[in-house]
Design a protein. Structure first.
Lengths: 225, 225
DNA sequence: TTTAAAATATGATATTTGTCATGTTTTATT
DNA sequence: AATAAAACATGACAAATATCATATTTTAAA
């Protein structure tokens, strides 16, 4: 099993603020695990007793709405921490986490890391920074949801996924999402998402290989207003 | 000028975690100020160099969208801190703050309080808790925006304002908002907000005295799905 | 108080988006 | 390879919401 103090992944999240001693201690009680595509990592309403450090793969965080749709609120990728909020509050999770592809994660028990949050102010400040960033991003999403059309939101989602998660060697988006996932990110009906994507294809903004999507004209997508 | 260490307001926000010594120091460098209804406290894009502790009144935090509408993302009332994020990140504010009625606030310079955030872990943990709460609330707003109708969202907004900010002696909502404000909270056209409010009135869910709104059937509003 | 401006209200209509139906393609399984 | 299941696609129509026009009422200012 890998050692946290030597793990490169931590450079990308707030764990980088921990001392070597703290990392050694955490390393000894963490659990490495593999999660298969489609598996539920935790459910809405579940009490988390720790955080997941994502070593590989990507997952979606979503919330079930009254009408039965699953709104995707955020995506967590390689390098990031999943379930950070559980460290701070004892409330249960308001979101469900599902793996979008096969994942490698390390689970760190809350009991083991909560003390560091109290003692190591550099660490808690890093966590604060990430929360502040998430909050800013959430504000932007709210405004987009409220004020932009499905077409605009979908264009932005494509640009976001492209810029944040990158592309495969053949140029297709490295995060493979179903049309339903796109609909759930954008907050629209699956059929509407499909329709808009078809439209983008007709206009030459994207091309598709099966369900893989390749962005052909990033600037035009960014310009959609 | 009042002294922070004796001020009751701090009990309602993370400043309560500061020691008496810290409060005395902050007290000596804070600026008390009055803000008139409609005044801009800070602009979108402005760099904040401190936090405001709201002693009285209420303000709205909004973000201008591309189509010229001002989406209200959050409201900050008496007891809460305004501009907490400026303590954590050096980025400029992504939101504009405008007073909804006359306000009493104390401005605490970032330079004075940032050290406490590093040293006093109890304080930083309190800030973390508030951020975590805000983030959870933001997630809920995203889902509502994406999945609920204007009618549902407006009903929820009324309930939220009622429950969170209370009512006047005559039973009207203590926070006085224009129809345009309601539209900007809910993310709809002003005319649509007006129409739905008129409908609520017809159905006996609310009554109005001028622009004052009184909730007549809270349970029915909560039941709107 | 009178007047002007802003906010509220409502109708008519256009646009956007959702829903239902149905067909096609892709993917997974035997 | 054959089959079933899931995902994708598209048309037709309905519902929700936005926009434009225009009153009416309320508020602010002269």
């Amino acid at each position: 099993m890998g050692k946290c103090e030597q793990c490169i992944i931590k450079q990308f999240n707030s764990l980088k603020a921990l001392t070597t001693d703290e990392l050694v201690r955490i390393s000894s009680c963490k659990t490495s695990m593999t999660i298969k595509k489609g598996d539920v990592i935790f459910e809405e309403g579940e009490t988390l007793n720790g955080v997941y450090c994502v070593k590989d793969g990507i997952c979606k965080l979503s919330k079930l709405s009254a009408n039965g749709k699953d709104q995707i609120v955020k995506m967590v990728v390689k390098g990031q921490l999943l379930g950070q909020r559980s460290l701070i509050s004892d409330e249960s999770s308001n979101l469900q986490a599902v793996a979008l592809n096969d994942m490698e994660v390390c689970f760190i028990p809350k009991s083991e890391i909560i003390g560091d949050l109290q003692k190591n102010s550099k660490f808690s400040f890093e966590v604060l920074k990430e929360m502040a960033h998430d909050l800013k991003e959430a504000d932007d999403v709210i405004v987009n949801m409220a004020q932009k059309s499905v077409r605009q939101r979908l264009a932005e989602a494509l640009v976001y996924i492209h810029d944040s998660f990158g592309v495969n060697p053949d140029g297709t988006l490295s995060v493979l999402l179903s049309r339903e996932d796109f609909a759930n990110i954008v907050g629209t009906a699956t059929e509407s998402a499909i329709r808009v994507l078809s439209q983008f294809k007709k206009e030459g903004l994207i091309s598709t290989i099966g369900k893989q999507i390749k962005i052909e004209d990033l600037d035009a997508l960014k310009r959609i207003e």
